[in-house]
Design a protein around this ligand. Structure first.
Ligand code: SF4
Length: 329
């Protein structure tokens, strides 16, 4: 048999993850996933120690056709390659180490009469903590003007990406939002909350009913190396996040309850001490691998679920509501 003494290797960025009912191969470079049966996941584990001919032998004559189909599938999807024994060491696995120099990487801010006048101070504090991603919730009649002003204030800041969530107010024109996006490359998305049937030519504007806000899988599932490696040890929603509510209150996230002072009164050093504290980072390390409902879900390294995990007396983590995200995928 041709190549029978060769070993099969998955490309290091193609990583199979076992789930309870099915598995998934994450392609971290092409940012896509392949659903596979658990049998194929177990089959891939044989690659570690066995040559192609050994694998055929281990699986037995009866399964010859299935083995061929599995190899064919992996080759067709460009997930594997063949190597000789003496080349095995040349292809190490992708490192799962994840590090970020930022103390805070992303922030959610409710823009209000209290927080808007403090916006420059907030951005200065956040960027000093390493934050590059802002999610700004605006609930004001002149939201478009506010957005324009905010983008002007950010012109020379180190903020890399901005997402707005705002109602579409009477008298506003969608073309103005489109123009704002054209003029500001840092705007990643504008969620326009409206029950009207609006149309836009911009892929960065997402029109959604306020009652059914965000129910698309691409908002909760992201396949990339950074998220995959971060989720090995951290909760990718709560980790390095800060939330500033409309009163200026500082929290880890909108879903958490503990208040850590008010941004109007905190000095930078005090805010830094807050985000360094164990209490503020309470949820950061509770990754999906330790949460009951998620630990055997094949989507756990791409999922940015925002539910707050609770801890039982026995020490395990759980959610009080049922996952609605799996159904989106
Ligand atoms: S929240 Fe749902 S989709 Fe996400 S990892 Fe947990 S069970 Fe899976």
């Amino acid at each position: 048999m041709k190549n029978s003494n060769k070993y099969v290797r998955m490309f290091s960025n193609c990583i199979p993850v076992l789930g309870r009912d099915k598995s998934v191969i994450y392609d971290l470079q092409r940012k896509q996933m392949f659903n596979i049966p658990n049998d194929l996941y177990n089959f891939i584990q044989l690659f570690e120690e066995h040559t192609i001919s050994e694998i055929f032998e281990l699986c037995g004559k009866d399964n010859e056709q299935v083995v061929e189909e599995y190899f064919q599938f992996l080759t067709n999807k460009e997930l594997t390659f063949l190597i000789d024994k003496d080349e095995l060491e040349l292809f190490p696995k992708l490192s799962m180490k994840w590090r970020s120099p930022a103390k805070i990487s992303n922030a959610i801010i409710e823009i209000s009469e209290t927080t808007y006048p403090l916006f420059e101070k907030i951005v200065a504090y956040l960027t000093a903590l390493g934050c590059e991603y802002l999610y700004l919730k605006i609930d004001a009649p002149k939201s478009f003007l506010l957005m324009k002003n905010i983008m002007e204030k950010l012109t020379t800041s180190a903020i890399f990406s901005v997402v707005f969530e705002t109602p579409f107010n009477k008298g506003e024109k969608i073309t103005d939002y489109e123009q704002l996006i054209v003029e500001n490359k840092r705007i990643e998305t504008i969620f326009l909350l409206s029950d009207e049937q609006l149309k836009t030519s911009s892929s960065k504007i997402l029109i959604t009913s306020p009652k059914r806000f965000v129910n698309k899988k691409e908002y909760f599932f992201k396949i990339n190396i950074s998220l995959f490696t971060e989720s090995q040890k951290y909760n990718t929603y709560f980790n390095k996040k800060v939330f500033i509510n409309k009163e200026g209150g500082v929290l880890n996230a909108p879903e958490t309850e503990e208040l850590f002072g008010n941004i109007a009164r905190l000095t930078f050093k005090e805010l830094e001490a807050v985000v360094d504290s164990e209490q503020f980072q309470k949820y950061w390390s509770i990754n999906k691998d330790v949460i009951d409902e998620c630990k055997d879900c094949e989507l756990r390294y791409m999922c940015v679920d925002n539910r707050v995990p609770k801890q039982s007396k026995g020490g395990n983590y759980f959610f009080t509501s049922k996952c609605e995200l799996r159904a989106l995928n």
